[in-house]
Design a binder for this molecule. Structure first.
Ligand SMILES: [Fe+2]
Length: 355
C-alpha cells in the first residue's frame, strides 16, 4: 500500500512538472523609445518530442512570449522593473545630444561556450544603453530549443539594456523572431538621442517563397529605407543595420551580397555615418566615400579568415571573436572594437553631422 502511494505521488508530480509553465527567457526590453517600451519574457508551457522512426527522441519546448507595454515613460530616464519574478532595468533614449553608449555584435550561434564568454566580456566592459544585434542569434530560427538556450546565455545582459536585433539568414524569417522581439515586419527604425538607426532585413532569400514575393519585399524595403533616411537628415549620426555586408574580406564570399552592395550609393547620398553588419564571423572595418562599414559577426559562430581585403577601402580586418562599442557625447562618437579577450583591436571616431 505504502509503495503504491509513493509511486502515485511521483507519477502525478512528474506530470505536473512537465505541464507547469516556467520562465526560460528574459525579462528583456524591446521597442524602447522616449515614450514607451515593451518588457517581455519567454515562457515554456510544455514540450513535444519528435524523432525519425526508430531513432532517439529530441525535445522541442513549447515557447511563447508574454509581455507588457509600458506606455507612459519619459526620455533620458533609467527605469527599474520587476517582471516574471526577476528584476531588470533599462534607460530610455536621452533628449537631444546627451551621452549614451551602444554595443554591436552578432553571429553568436553554434559555439555556445564562446557566446557565453562573449556575454561575460560585454558585461565586464560595461552595460550599454542599447545593444544592436547584427543577426544569426540562433543556428535555426525554427528550432525552439535553440531560442531557449539563446535567452539563457543572454539573460544577465538582456535584463539590463534595450535590445534591437536585425534578422540573419539563420533566423530563416521564423515566426518566433517576430513574436519574441515584438516586430511586425522585417525592417524598422528608431532614434536614440542624436542618432538615427535604420534596421533592415538583408536575408532576401528567406523573405518569401517566390521570386516575385522576394522582389516585392526588397523594393518596398528599399523605398521605406530611402524615405526613412531622407526624413532623418537632421540627426547627427545615421546608421544602417543588417546582417549581410556590402563588402567582405573573406575570399570565398566575394560578391555574395550584390543586393546589399547596390545600396551603398543610397547610403552615400543620405550621409549615412556607418553600416553595421554581421554574417562574416570576424571583424572588418572599411571606409568608402565617407561611409564606414563595420562587420561584427564574431559572437560565437566559427571564425572565418580575412584573406582578401580590398586595399582601397580597408581600415582593419581581424579574424577574431569581437564586439564593438560606441560612446556618444554630442558631436563626438568614439568607437572601439574589442576582442573576446578584452583587447582593443580597432579604435576610431565617427564624424557627426554627415550632411
Ligand atoms: Fe549569416
Amino acid at each position: 500500500m505504502r509503495a503504491w502511494k509513493v509511486w502515485c505521488v511521483a507519477a502525478v508530480s512528474a506530470a505536473v512538472m512537465a505541464a507547469a509553465p516556467k520562465v526560460v527567457g528574459g525579462p528583456y526590453v524591446v521597442n524602447v523609445s522616449g515614450r514607451g517600451a515593451t518588457v517581455a519574457w519567454i515562457v515554456e508551457s510544455d514540450e513535444a518530442t519528435f524523432h525519425p522512426a526508430g531513432a532517439a527522441a529530441k525535445a522541442s519546448p513549447a515557447l511563447h512570449v508574454e509581455y507588457t507595454n509600458l506606455g507612459v515613460l519619459q526620455p533620458g530616464t533609467k527605469y527599474e522593473y520587476e517582471a516574471a519574478g526577476q528584476k531588470g532595468s533599462f534607460k530610455t533614449p536621452p533628449r537631444g545630444a546627451d551621452p549614451f553608449k551602444l554595443i554591436v555584435f552578432g553571429d553568436d550561434r553554434t559555439r555556445h561556450d564562446v557566446h557565453r564568454k562573449m556575454v561575460a566580456r560585454i558585461l565586464e566592459n560595461g552595460v550599454p544603453d542599447l545593444m544592436l544585434h547584427t543577426g544569426d542569434l540562433v543556428e535555426n530560427g525554427w528550432d525552439s530549443s535553440l531560442w531557449k538556450l539563446f535567452f539563457e546565455i543572454e539573460r544577465d545582459l538582456l535584463k539590463q539594456t534595450a535590445f534591437f536585433p536585425a534578422q540573419g539568414n539563420h533566423e530563416r524569417n521564423s515566426a518566433d523572431f517576430y513574436q519574441f522581439f515584438q516586430q511586425r515586419q522585417p525592417y524598422y527604425s528608431f532614434n536614440w538621442g542624436n542618432a538615427h538607426f535604420t534596421v533592415f532585413s538583408s536575408d532576401i532569400a528567406n523573405s518569401a517563397d517566390t521570386k516575385a514575393g522576394r522582389d516585392a519585399l526588397w523594393a518596398a524595403q528599399t523605398k521605406w529605407m530611402e524615405d526613412d533616411l531622407a526624413a532623418n537628415q537632421n540627426a547627427d549620426y545615421r546608421f544602417v543595420v543588417a546582417h549581410h555586408a556590402p563588402f567582405t574580406a573573406v575570399a570565398s564570399r566575394q560578391g555574395d551580397n550584390p543586393h546589399v552592395t547596390a545600396l551603398a550609393p543610397l547610403w552615400e547620398k543620405y550621409h549615412v555615418t556607418a553600416g553595421l553588419f554581421g554574417h562574416d564571423h570576424n571583424y572588418q572595418h572599411y571606409l568608402k566615400n565617407g561611409v564606414h562599414y563595420i562587420v561584427s559577426g564574431g559572437g560565437g559562430a566559427p571564425l572565418y579568415d580575412v584573406n582578401k581585403p580590398d586595399p582601397a577601402i580597408t581600415q582593419k580586418v581581424v579574424s577574431v571573436e569581437n564586439f564593438v562599442t560606441v560612446s556618444f557625447n554630442g558631436k563626438t562618437a568614439k568607437a572601439q572594437a574589442i576582442d573576446i579577450n578584452g583587447k582593443v583591436i580597432d579604435e576610431f571616431e565617427f564624424t557627426a553631422g554627415g550632411k
